[in-house]
Design a protein around this ligand. Structure first.
Ligand code: FAD
Length: 692
């Protein structure tokens, strides 16, 4: 019988469905992002047929130790590099660092037992893997994991591994990534060497946790692999080659451009964490009414790009280091006179990656690519001791590097960055014996910072707004305050745009026009990161938002959206915002805007404020929440969505506690039952957090 069109259609759909089921979408999965492994990052990345089999890769390059990292902000990547270096210099291991995203893991079972794999894994947000670890985790955590050699009981019985996690104990799923991966690897028969370390950013002990974990780990690994420890001598990973024929004006020299398209002046999408969009800033203004503190509202225009966002997403801002810190760094390193010299940076071994494109200049590297403002690592101080200008300074550096308490005493309270520390220890003498390679190895790549988008994509799809409080804190015994990298850069942009009296953010002199003046017209490089922090799809659902300080950012977007919906005649549910700041007359941001939203939303919208410095007893959002127990409990039983944004360390935790009490009292259940209910609310997205 002939098949009619409908039959064909039905069969077609069934066939497609079956293909989808059996291939799990791999046939038409989106191609891998071409920038995931930019050619400049890896000598062989551009070559066709680069293997995704890490065991093969290790064989090809003669390695016996691979150090994988799952990193979001660069710390895990930095730790991976440090472990690789230490493994090589102390124990003669042939190490390579590897981005989890660049390999497949089905051949994990073929790694011979005389080799070793390290996993350095950050946990992101609500216990999620970092972006570059998603595929790895999905593979390992899948229901039907298939390793290349087939399915015996313990497919990974040959695999020996080392694990360290980077987490934050203020989050519920503390270090869940390393815990889960460790559990799964063990389940498949792999053997862990040493303890699975856990670093805690929440209590500010990440670096010390890492240092305390790694020494016993090295001992255990040395015993297991029969490694002999030798005296560690510094061996550079990168060769710095002067390019005499080129000047900073030559068209092939990178002056801070993140990749080739930007160098050629023709950046195209997709815009992402390897390829920012240099976005015009449509407008910018100050939100605070006090002199000594700043909070900036910026509107970034994405209409000329392929970028899009939805309410609740994050925008990443790519900063430029402050000019005076760049100058200080170059001066301390003895590079001031050579700052414009053109150099190529070459990895001395095939698996090391140069973290920025070259040829470039020292100035561009320090200004656009190295995190020169960050806290200094004690291990890095030890490494640099060998290059001290005098024996006396060397002794001091060695002491700082080896004595934890002394180090924290001397450096912690001062918020010193690397150049300030070196300047301080040497009393201003230059450190021109430090090989530049050591800085590239020892400092992080300058990272974009994330901001919760404070506008609604429904109201302004082409303009993303940012609400950023400027990081600045007085340091006892230091003349100038500590200043955060990105927020002071944004302040300088805002000052330039508005022709403010001090157009350089406290005299920090930023190069605001960017490489080859491509940021002129007031532009800033950005990309968007999609988040799960979302309004209910039904606008009639009630929402309760807790957003003190800049935690109000995404909620301004939420309320902007609901006010617009109300104007359009949509039935909008109760919309309650708990906002807190110091004083109603100082840092009450968006006050008049909220009045406008109130006009549109009427009784549907309520703003409940807590001003901590207006009464003798400090009042915070969690106190106000408690005062409203009955109503909150009632709204939650009507399935209101509950949102918290802002400070992860204290506020979010206390709000969680108060909410548990509200539920216990409101429903007449025990604390532990209420805790269970709150957990369940989180699991079903009725309770969402966007905290940092
Ligand atoms: P940085 O230079 O990164 O410094 C930040 C802090 O690190 C300092 O305050 C200090 O405590 C420490 N530090 C830095 N250098 C040193 C040193 N040398 N010694 C000792 N300590 C040091 N912020 C907002 O204002 N609004 C938002 O909407 C917002 N949303 C966010 C959303 C997400 C998902 C995340 C992860 C963060 C968000 N943040 C937000 C925070 C923001 O990303 C930045 O961390 C913040 O603006 C500070 O950036 P900065 O570059 O100015 O400071």
């Amino acid at each position: 019988a002939e098949l009619d069109t409908l039959d064909m259609l039905v069969l077609g759909v069934i066939l497609l469905g079956s293909i989808a089921y059996f291939t799990k979408g791999t046939l038409w999965a989106k191609p891998k992002n071409p920038y995931a492994s930019p050619a400049f990052l890896n000598g062989s990345a551009g070559k066709a047929g680069r293997t995704r089999n890490f065991v093969e890769k290790m064989d090809e390059s003669g390695k016996n130790c691979i150090i994988f990292y799952g990193s979001q902000t660069g710390t895990a990547e930095d730790y991976a590099s440090r472990l690789a270096k230490e493994g090589k210099s102390r124990f003669g291991l042939e190490t390579m660092v590897a981005d989890l995203e660049e390999y497949d893991f089905d051949a994990m079972d073929t790694l011979p037992s005389d080799k070793i794999a390290f996993f350095v894994l950050a946990t992101y947000g609500e216990g999620e893997p970092t972006d570059n670890a998603v595929e790895f985790f999905e593979f390992l955590n899948g229901d039907d994991v298939a390793f290349s050699q087939g399915g015996e009981e313990s497919p990974l019985s040959n695999l020996n591994y080392v694990a360290f996690g980077l987490g934050n104990n203020t989050y519920e799923h503390y270090n869940s990534m390393v815990r889960d991966v460790d559990r799964l690897l063990t389940k498949y028969g792999a053997h862990r060497i040493g303890d699975a370390g856990e670093g805690d950013d929440g209590s500010g002990t990440m670096e010390e946790d890492f240092l305390a974990w790694k020494d016993p780990m090295w001992s255990a690994l040395a015993a297991h692999m029969g490694l002999q420890e030798r005296e560690a001598v510094y061996e550079p990973v990168f060769d710095i080659v002067g390019r005499e024929g080129l000047t900073a004006q030559s068209s092939e020299v990178y002056l801070g451009e993140p990749n080739k398209m930007h160098l050629e002046g023709s950046p195209r999408g997709p815009f992402n964490s390897h390829n920012p969009y240099v976005a015009p800033i449509a407008e910018s203004y100050e939100l605070f009414k006090v002199k000594d503190r700043n909070c900036i509202h910026l509107e970034v225009d994405i209409s000329g790009s392929t970028l899009s966002y939805t309410t609740g997403d994050h925008i990443a801002i790519w900063p430029t280091n402050a000019g005076d810190e760049v100058d200080r760094f170059l001066r301390v390193a003895g590079l001031t006179d050579r700052r414009e010299q053109v150099i190529t940076v070459k990895a001395l071994e095939p698996t090391a990656k140069v973290p920025f494109p070259t040829p470039t200049t020292f100035d561009a590297i320090v200004r656009y690519h190295l995190e020169i403002g960050a806290p200094v690592s004690r291990q890095f101080v030890s490494t640099l001791a060998a290059f001290a200008p005098t024996e006396e300074i060397k002794a001091e550096m060695t002491k700082l590097g080896s004595d934890k308490d002394y180090f924290h005493d001397k450096t912690g309270s001062q918020l010193l960055n690397i150049a300030r520390l070196l300047e301080h220890v040497s009393n201003g003498e230059t450190w021109d014996k430090i090989p530049f390679s050591a800085f590239i190895e020892g400092l992080n790549k300058l990272q974009p910072r994330y901001y919760s988008i404070s506008s609604s994509s429904h109201v302004q799809p082409q303009k993303i707004s940012v609400t950023a409080v400027v990081e600045s804190s007085a340091v006892p015994g230091r003349q100038d305050p500590f200043r955060g990298v990105t927020t002071n850069y944004l302040l300088a942009l805002k000052q330039k745009q508005n022709g403010d009296a001090d157009p350089s953010a406290f005299g920090l002199t930023y190069e605001l026009s960017g490489p080859r003046s491509r940021y002129d017209g007031i532009r800033v490089p950005v990309h968007v990161r999609h988040s799960n922090f979302k309004l209910p799809s039904d606008p009639a659902k009630p929402i309760i938002m807790i957003g003190p300080g800049t935690g109000v950012a995404p909620f301004r977007g939420f309320i902007q959206e609901r006010a617009q919906q109300a104007r359009e005649g949509v039935d909008v549910g109760r919309t309650i915002l708990f906002f807190g700041c110091r004083k109603s007359t100082e840092d009450f941001m968006y006050e008049s805007e909220f009045e406008e939203y109130k006009k549109a939303l009427g009784d549907k919208f309520e703003l409940i404020t807590a001003f901590s410095r207006e009464t003798s007893q400090k009042v915070y959002v969690q106190h106000r929440l408690k005062e409203r127990s009955a109503e909150i409990s009632d709204l939650l039983s009507q399935k209101a969505f509950f949102y918290v944004c802002g400070d992860a360390a204290n506020m979010a935790r206390e709000v969680n506690t108060v909410l548990t009490q509200i539920i216990a009292e409101g429903r007449g259940v025990s604390e532990s039952k209420a805790e269970e209910i709150v957990k369940n609310m989180r699991a079903t997205n009725q309770y969402q957090e966007d905290v940092w």
